[in-house]
Design a protein around this ligand. Sequence first.
Ligand code: GLN
Ligand code: ZN
Length: 755
Amino acid sequence: MPKNWVIGFPRIGEQRELKKALESYWSGNIEAEELLNVASILKKRHWNYQKQASVGYISSNDFSLYDNMLDMSITLGAIPKRFQDIDEPLKRYFAMARGDKKRVAMSMTKWLNTNYHYIVPELSKDDNYKLDISKIKDEYFEAKKEGIDTKINLIGIITYIAFSKAIDFEDKFDAFDKLLCIYEELIGEISSFDKEVIVQFDEPLFVKDVTSKELSLLKIAYERLANVSKNVKIAVTTYFEHSCEAVRVLSHTGIWALGLDFVYGKKNKEVLEDIQKSGKILIAGVIDGRNVWVSDIDKKLKLLKDISNLIPKDKLIISTSCSLLHVPFTLKYEKKLNKDIKEWLSFAVEKLDELDITTKLFFEGEGSLNEEQKELLAKNRRAVHFRATSDKIHNDKVKKRVEDIKSFDRELPFEERIKLQKEALNLPVLPTTTIGSFPQTSELRSVRREYKNSAISKEQYDEFIKKYIDECIAFQEEIELDVLVHGEPERNDMVEYFGEMLEGFAFSQNGWVQSYGSRCVKPPLLYGNVSREAAMTVEWITYAQSRTKKVVKGMLTGPVTILNWSFVRDDQPRSVTAKEIALAIADEIDDLQKAGIKIIQVDEAAFKEGYPLRSTNIKEYEKWAVESFKISTSVASDKTQIHTHMCYSDFNDIIQTIEDMDADVITIETSRSGNRLLKVFQEVGYKKEIGPGVYDIHSPRIPSVKEIKDQISKLLEVLPKEQLWINPDCGLKTRKWEEVKPSLKNMVEAVKSFR
Ligand code: GLN
Ligand code: ZN
């Protein structure tokens, strides 16, 4: 039996070849044939990377032209009605993913706590599911031609259903029986591929709090699936947390193996005995599949030794903790990264070597390594040691500052400070504002790029940015907005901008990670203690303030969001890192208010994203996340008004936490859900001020005055006007000026009639 396993491999390509091919195809520049050709080259290349690193179990069907959940819907024949009349499979596939002229796309949501988004299956009561094995079969035999017998990656039935939405019936699990038949048929078909085929069913649903219904269906499903064919061996994998409840159930079914995450699911150790008793194979995820730092191989060996106290070595396979989809592809193209920092990093391709070496060491000892691997191991040990001690990472001053944090409350309670603020700001009722950014034109982007590449001078750059700010301010004055912004022209991205100016962050050139479809993100690498050397925003904000008598709102990204959108060092608790960032932001707030800025917004767009998968861990997260926000904002004097912004509307379960953050004003997204979601603010007696977005900025549509008036009336049914602000849903950077100008004009117009 081979000794190691990779849950899945990135597919976007080491130079984002798939992204480029997809976008060319969508814009009509290449034919389907060429797209498929690129896909096939990539698949082969990815298999060969794994083969070279002697991965024992390599996957097929982990590749996807858009998303593997969508692929699963195609396999099962779960095609929503509106797409059924499209005959050409590829056209239909992309219509489902992206919509077309006549049809809205299927919706998209986050894959557990990652930044990967999957296409949400739509189940309908009169669906006629029908197996389509073509993709699975093609890929299996494509790999076989390369000399690789792959395991086949599939989304498990329970996760598939739980992550879908039922559009015309109550309980989505009503679809279970019908779908299980298709899954059985699928196993039947797969059994004819070879003498023996291995199938990996991903069931990450079970790392969340599970219901007894889900567990009982899990049992039924895998009992039946394991019974379909003797020559199909089933592995069920979970990741990102422990899945103890599911393991206890699955050990009593006929499946062959269980894949568990021992990096993020330490509690999985508690079920080792159950696995041992069941005699099943354990696929032990020990190489971190979702963070970017080198593995401490010696520590991994210790962990494996612990595990093998209960699981005999011949029942053990070593694995990545999850699919490598969540990390960048390779370090090969990183030419600018600091040499030391680069040594501390390990992307997907490098992780394959770590897996290989760990496997050889664990099963056969150091003698089994070849010269190159011995060198890699020595390098690994050096990097681990250096990382533990380097003064690049360990800044005692910062550490001490975090330890010394004593209080993080504003001086006065909200009820009192809001009076001071009202006096200082002198705003009308229902004050109008925006969330921060104004349109990022292609000209603006190219000016920033040119400046970065030293193609234009600092003076030229500054002049351009000033002109942009001048125009923003003039426009906002003209339409009579109350609280103005500078428009964020100097920012490429709300996290990257700050990361680039803070100590402790590094940036890759090619560290792209797929977010959805062809879209990739390149998260900052937060490797060391974070601190702020110099002011980051004061120059631009004060410039903007100097151009107007109205109040200009300072704009910062909050510590929790900076943390949640970066690859964060794994050698100290996230809570500590969050507080370091918080102190840096506090320094900035202090400078802004000293420079005369009266309102400061601290965006926490990704606050909710960091929530743990298991409810038992929520309290702890909320505690340090709220603390971090308050560490940043409590330097504000009582007269300085602190705003925060969050990009979603579902606050029901976190309303108390929002209140605890103690921001004076919060702007949120509600335009798409009416005031239904706002009721919770009323129900809990929320006292602070709220700016529920009155129109949707995600669409190019220009809202009419009447529409916005209706929206405001609805808000006033729920909350008193003294408590309300009027603003759009989110930042305007993705919109065009032609859309922004009339929309904001209408917004201000609509407010007037309520004053
Ligand atoms: N201030 C940011 C902007 O307006 C907020 C962005 C966000 O919430 N994602 O762009
Ligand atoms: Zn937003």
